[in-house]
Design a protein around this ligand. Structure first.
Ligand code: NAP
Length: 284
């Protein structure tokens, strides 16, 4: 019998803990934890993400500083803003909503965020620290997956983990986090020779592909834990994951649903990273 890892429920409980910590921070430092969010342009999805992030800040007692810049913003203007926020003592975390317009050098902008304020964990320094197994701010979605695994005490050490997808925001940091937790990790991608064989070896299978119902029951080992990071639309326009949930679930010991699985954890882990960044900066 499979068990669902309920991301909505876990997210609510983690946010409760973050709210308590944010309050403790305020009592100690006489100010709120601060998160600066920069949105360039009017992309619909990005606007929704930013709105949800600001709402989450309000919910846990983190002060948000929102900056809305036009699509036409110049590279040097954006750089100046990030530099100013880097020096701002009230700002513990800086988030630049991606994607940035094509005329902006996104790598250069992310590189200006001090490593200790890079709460998205996307900078080369934080990714490098993660790769070296050092303390860092890890990318929010994979960090959320780790929190989900830990919440159910799912063994990771010595287990075989297979991550399908190698993007810099999900697959790659996911594989590194699992490796740092002592799993034996295989990373699969579009050039993997025998994907089914790799997936069938997984005690923990993480799908981060971006293709609806891509992971089918014949690719999953009996009693595996299956984590579905995908967010896709099916043929009826309904939100669905990368895993064919209905047919896969009965083979699993644990499985995450879509919606209500990994998705709700991502913004929660952004709040978590901001909290960690603030406590580290103030050496509490
Ligand atoms: P991405 O940048 O498009 O990366 C997709 C990865 O899947 C690539 O590494 C690609 O391989 C691999 N892939 C594609 N087709 C494959 C195939 N046939 N066999 C094996 N591997 C294949 O996507 P992403 O940004 O990582 O996102 C992945 C999914 O997660 C999307 O559905 C996205 O919406 C979702 N997501 C969810 C959250 C959340 O909060 N829940 C956050 C971020 C993303 P190559 O590298 O070889 O091209």
């Amino acid at each position: 019998m499979y068990e669902i890892i309920d991301g909505k429920q876990l997210s609510a409980s983690v946010r409760g803990e973050i709210a308590a910590e944010a309050n403790r921070f305020k009592q100690k430092c006489g100010r709120q934890i601060g998160l600066a969010v920069i949105l360039v342009g009017e992309d619909n999805a990005s606007q929704i993400y930013v709105r949800n992030k600001i709402k989450a800040c309000e919910e846990v007692g983190i002060k948000s500083f929102a900056y809305y810049l036009p699509q036409s913003v110049a590279q040097n203007e954006l750089e100046d803003l990030v530099k100013e926020l880097a020096d701002n003592g009230e700002v513990d975390g800086i988030l630049v909503q991606l994607p940035l317009p094509a005329h902006i050098d996104a790598g250069k902008i992310l590189g200006l965020i001090p490593v200790e304020k890079d709460v998205d964990g996307f900078s080369e320094q934080n990714m490098g620290k993660l790769a070296m197994g050092e303390e860092c701010l890890a990318a929010c979605t994979p960090n959320g997956v780790m929190t989900m695994l830990k919440s159910k005490n799912i063994p990771i050490k010595g287990k075989k983990a297979v991550v399908v997808g190698r993007s810099n925001i999900v697959g790659r940091p996911m594989a590194l986090l699992l490796l740092n937790a002592d799993a034996t990790v295989t990373v699969c991608h579009s050039k993997t020779a025998d994907l089914k064989k790799e997936c069938l070896s997984a005690d923990i299978l993480v799908a981060a592909v971006g293709k609806a119902k891509f992971i089918t029951a014949d690719m999953v080992k009996v009693d595996a834990t299956v984590i579905d990071v995908g967010m896709n639309r099916d043929e009826n326009g309904k939100l669905c994951g990368d895993v064919d949930f209905e047919n896969v679930k009965d083979k699993c010991s644990y499985i995450t649903p879509v919606p209500g699985g990994v998705g709700p954890m991502t913004i929660t882990m952004l709040m978590y990273n901001t909290c960690i960044a603030a406590f580290r900066r103030e050496k509490i």
